[in-house]
Design a protein around this ligand. Structure first.
Ligand code: TRP
Length: 355
């Protein structure tokens, strides 16, 4: 029996960090043995935020090197760049004919980005939607809320549907996009009375989702939060970041609960260290003998054990343009095979026929 198709992508907006590694890359590596995996770099999606052209290309290249360095094997999985598959852009146009502006405007990610671009900070008022709508329609200077941003979910749905993927490993923040993808698939199938697109489901391989917090004492690690440890961080930089991580004044009495910043450090330690080391620091916290400096030193060492070999491989791949070129050309060929088949089917179904 043919293996199920697993597909996921990462937007090329900068280097990958420890959150990407534990949340996505390391899972992709495990999946590639058991499924027909397709992992791509969403460079068209990155265009919604207007990177300068040189940066866009640099980012595509670095994510490609990071995919490979993390252990994604181009002989097992299909690795490709979204813009190398022009069929995606055509299906995006066709599918958009069946997507409502209203449903796109109600998408949380769109509202977030529009709010940011418009400088609306409240976010919680009842007439939030109206505020956004009025400003988008009424204000000529707001070109930053571009149509690409609005139709982001269409493009993502096409990435998935054009490959007829069954399983899509993505984080919580992408769940709504996946829900829309299912809705678009159902809608297309029922409108034309066909059974073309499978409805993809999220795929969390290996149990509970991992939490990778940042170093600033608040929430999860994220590029826009500026609290990241990058896979390419040099030893010195990485150590410095960890040593500067936010802490608190220390446990006041035995058995004190953990504050958020300290709980975050323990989460990171749990990901990268051995159970014995974690226990040693937990015990030290419980009896108030813990020294945060020691905890951070240990954490930095253990993170480096994970990232150093990856960083070394990233640097090798980055400098091997010929190899990177071969990987993406082979990937594009495989991705286009499926994509062009699906696109022909859609064209036929919609009545776009050759004379
Ligand atoms: N929107 C996703 C993100 O920001 C990236 C992405 C684009 C994607 N197309 C996809 C993920 C298709 C999974 C499948 O993380």
């Amino acid at each position: 029996m043919a293996k199920e198709i697993v597909l996921s992508g990462i937007r090329s907006t900068g280097n990958l960090h420890l959150g990407n590694y534990y949340g996505a890359l390391s899972k992709f590596v495990r999946m590639q043995n058991d499924f027909d995996c397709m992992f791509f770099i969403a460079d068209l999606h990155a265009l919604t935020t207007h990177p300068d052209p040189l940066t866009l290309h640099t980012n595509v290249k670095s994510i490609l090197a990071e995919y490979l360095a993390a252990g994604i094997d181009p002989e097992k999985a299909t690795i490709f760049v979204q813009s190398d598959v022009p069929e995606i852009s055509e299906l995006y146009l066709l599918l958009n004919m069946h997507v409502g502006i209203g449903e796109l405007m109600r998408t949380a990610s769109f509202k977030d980005k529009a709010r940011k671009a418009l400088g609306i900070t409240t976010g919680s008022s009842n007439n939030d939607d109206e505020d956004i709508e009025r400003q988008i329609i009424g204000n000529e200077s707001n070109k930053r809320v571009n149509a690409g941003l609005l139709t982001y979910p269409t493009l993502m749905a096409v990435d998935i549907l054009i490959q007829k993927a069954h399983k899509v490993p993505v984080g919580k923040d992408q769940e709504q996009h996946l829900e829309l993808t299912r809705r678009f698939a159902r809608r297309f199938n029922s409108y034309y009375g066909v059974d073309l697109f499978p409805e993809p489901v999220n795929f969390d391989f290996g149990g509970a989702p991992v939490k990778v917090p940042g170093l600033d004492g608040s929430g999860k690690m994220g590029k826009s939060e500026g609290n990241c440890i990058y896979l390419i961080d040099e030893e010195k930089v990485l150590r410095k970041k960890v040593m500067r991580a936010v802490t608190d004044e220390g446990p006041k009495e035995p058995g004190s609960p953990l504050s958020q910043p300290i709980a975050n450090l323990f989460s990171l330690l749990e990901l990268t260290s051995t159970p014995e080391v974690v226990k040693q620091f937990r015990d030290a916290y419980a009896d108030c003998s813990i020294r945060y400096g020691d905890l951070k030193k240990q954490l930095a060492e253990d993170i480096l054990k994970v990232t150093t070999p990856i960083r070394e491989r990233i640097n090798e791949y980055i400098n091997d343009e010929a190899y990177l070129g071969r990987v993406v050309r082979q990937g594009a060929e495989r991705a286009r095979e499926r994509a062009s088949k699906t696109l022909s089917e859609v064209r036929e179904i919609m009545g776009i026929r050759k004379f």
